[in-house]
Design a protein around this ligand. Sequence first.
Ligand code: ZN
Length: 448
Amino acid sequence: MHEIFQYVDRNRERFLGELFALIKQPSISAQNVGVAECAGLLKSQMEAIGIPARVLATAGHPVVFGEVRAPDAKRSILIYGHYDVQPPDPLDLWHTPPFEPTIKDGRIWGRGTGDNKGQFFAHLKAVEAILKTAGKLPVNVKFLFEGEEEISSRSLRAFIEANRALLAADYAFCSDGPMLPNHQPTILFGVRGILHVEVSLKGANKDVHSGNLGVFVPAPAWRLVHFLNTLKDPQGRILIKGFADAVVPPSALEKETLRKIPFDPVVLTGLGLPPAPVEAGAAYFERLMFQPTVNICGLTSGYQGSGSKTIVPHRASAKIDMRLVVNQDPDDIFAKFAAHAKTHGFDDLQIERQGGFYPSRTNLDHPLGGAAARAVRQGFGKEPILQPCMGGSDPDYYFTHVLGIPRVNVPYAPHDENNHAPNESIMVEGFFHGIKTTAALLHEVAAL
Ligand SMILES: [Zn+2]
């Protein structure tokens, strides 16, 4: 690895310049700003490294696919990333312009630095470093970069199902999300799933005066409150029948792993809350990774402006997200949610399903995890922490179940990367440690 790492060190300035070019190109999937241009730029950056690449159409924004075959390799690895970014608003809170990458305090600042351009670009530079020093890769490498991750990867599943042969591989790998608060690298073996639902109720065909007709018309806001009240009890227990039937408690190995994750109460400070008893370490992580949630993420009815308005609002709605864990199935959970509404007499409730992700996990003792741990030790010079799952969600399931291959995620961005928020960043050294980690990983995978 020595020669490869030296190549990385010799080319730092150029690598940063190329990453900057990618960050300068906006690619806001939610607003369709610059996405096609970014796909074209990424393709040309891959070709410049010697990675044959194609921009492939999907039902939405395109996928950029690239593949480098290794002459006598037995293994293939599929590397996933996403080139789309979140909208940069609110612009006035940025210290530097979001699409003008800037280095300050050891970080690269800009939209997409951490999520996800700065992370997946490290994989491309790792391939370059190996090709330019050894002349060939130790494994076949396929790249799948999507342009819709920030809008729930809506076309990715259909794309993967239609391109199984193209994407066939032994392992999948990605770098997304943050490292731990103590800057320790982490290896993530799975994700929680998520199901988004919007519920709404209608009364009269318009708001009415609450002092006059108000006594005769139905009150959707009250009815919505009564419905929401049936979902959870005051202790936070979820009351949807059968909701947790498929939940599997952590295994002995998983419990052991949870105990080793450093718990930093910093994650709960700075929220403007009175000091609360914090569930320590393993208990917190067990809830985060192994238990589902039902959350009201939006609640709307009636007049919300200043002062008061004496109406009975004619409509009320709520957005609900449910974080799901292995082996919960979003289809089954949606059916149970709808049945719950019926059983409790809410036949008039409109329930709209709004997408989401399946939960997914790769076994902690899968050899891919060992390969990733050895790669992290070489690339970062630090011991990685293993995490059975992350609290959030991503398309992991499409790899582990649709393609049927294991996947691990080794984040290269810092814990405070501010993804989706103003002043997003990645550490300069995190980017270079990432390049070295990916280069080492390709060799470790070849040896499995
Ligand atoms: Zn994101």
